[in-house]
Ligand binder design. Sequence first.
Ligand code: FAD
Length: 563
Amino acid sequence: PSITQHQGFLMSIPVGPSLLFSGGLVAYGEAVQSENVKEAPRKKVVILGTGWAGTSFLKSIRSSSYDIHVVSPRNYFAFTPLLPSVTCGTVEARSIVEPIRNISRKSGVNIEFSEAECYKIDPKNKKVYCRADPEKKMGGIEDFSLDYDYLVIAMGARSNTFNTPGVQEHAYFLKEVDDALRIRQKVVDLFEKASIPSISDEEKKKLLSFVIVGGGPTGVEFAAELHDFVHEDLSKLYPSLQRYVNITLLEAGDHILNMFDKRITEFAETKFKRDGIDVKLGSMVIKVSEREISAKDRVSGQVASIPHGMVVWSTGVGPRPEIIEFMKQVGQSNRRALATDEWLRVEGYDNIYALGDCATINQRKVMEDIALIFSKADKKNSGKLDLKEFQGVVDDIIERYPQVEIYLKKNQMKDIATLLKFSQDSSVTVDIESFKSALSNVDTQMKNLPPTAQVAAQQGAYLADCFNRMEICERYPEGPLRFRGTGRHRFHPFRYKHFGQFAPLGGEQTAAQLPGDWISIGHSTQWLWYSIYASKLVSWRTRALVVSDWGRRFVFGRDSSRI
Ligand code: FAD
């Protein structure tokens, strides 16, 4: 085939690393690319962050036609789903981290790394400003700046306190490896302190009162880990303290794990009740002090104070200060995360991408685009669409917008047709205005992609894939062909594939909600969890370490030394 024909095909296949890197297509693409690389100046790519999104980008980038510079205050990647296990010593912190230089070395591409944090992005001059030694511990290392042609912002998010008084000062977070280690230290500290002979019974009770705020997957998993640690290990080492231990889980909503299926929620609540974990639903925390936490009951309005030895705060994430500052610069100050288009480009900037927890795909724009597709179909069909055509248009939409697909899968075509007041068997006139108002209904039901590792990793791999093909596409701009006319980006939009989610509940039991709303709960699901998480770890080294930690825990229990 001629180059252009071949390219057209290459560009129109769905984006996905396995497809794109298999077989002769790549060999052909790379051959053409390397010919061109000689002439083209190397573009500078700066990546901010070494979390799920940034690392996934680094693992998938293959093109050597960029000068890549990674900036992050963390010189490692951390496998966050195992952080709750680190809090109680089920796995060791070093087992879940991989040096970023190891990852970049293996990619075979020239990648530089600077351990620093970016404190300012200047999109006009295409520069980022970074600080290598924020706490000035190393003695006056100068700040530096980097120029970029493309900027990839993958800085994640920070724990959201909702400005609740006292949280920042007195609560523990569970976001980073350091947080998990701090929690581990504190739990053992509290048990040792409560063992001191001069401590009164009442004080023991206070010290061993653990309060977890937030009934999402992280809060629930931590509560389950802590319960297992206390009952399987600490109970043998501190038998006289068992009767003083109390674990409370505060959740502002009506249920814990409310993003999961009702069956999982019910199972988790019943199991926690049986285990003696005190789940308080509808409890809004209003204040945290050094020794007490105050929560307001959403129904009665009554405020109750619970004495605590430790509060762990896990109520979701919000934007980092640097991102808030950047959002102001690009006119997005009213948003909760950086808005991008479906190609992950920050709105209004062709060369700045944002992915992972710091970004969100702009839904309103998606809705306007959907309305546009309908209005085009409407013109073509002179105002009439039968159900088959309607289905075709919807297929078009879901190809471009994964979020809509998730919605449609849940609610089925028939429901959408009803929603739009289309009848199954007749040809109907599409009224774009009423369609738009129906869409606003869909809009409120369509959720933004959740801030998860799954989304961040897929976005990183997708973007690397676009970068791998960027140069060849610039030279041969014939494809992809469906969006060319609309002045769109050259690649297929990002398409999220949901692989399901797990909620470990302690006692070697896990709940899983897999694609197709397939639910599985119990001991066998725990083994599924072990095998999937082991396979998802970033390297053979971390895989071996984590599996041996699990084995060690089975044989010898968790380590409670206070190091
Ligand atoms: P992160 O992974 O947070 O990475 C952000 C990176 O940016 C870090 O390297 C950070 O050091 C760097 N950075 C920060 N500030 C700057 C700066 N100023 N300049 C440069 N770099 C900066 N998701 C799942 O899908 N499944 C799970 O089971 C799961 N379990 C979780 C358990 C816990 C305890 C936690 C906290 C999260 C869990 N998540 C899970 C969510 C998942 O970890 C996040 O969604 C994911 O980490 C987001 O990836 P990211 O790359 O956007 O951000």
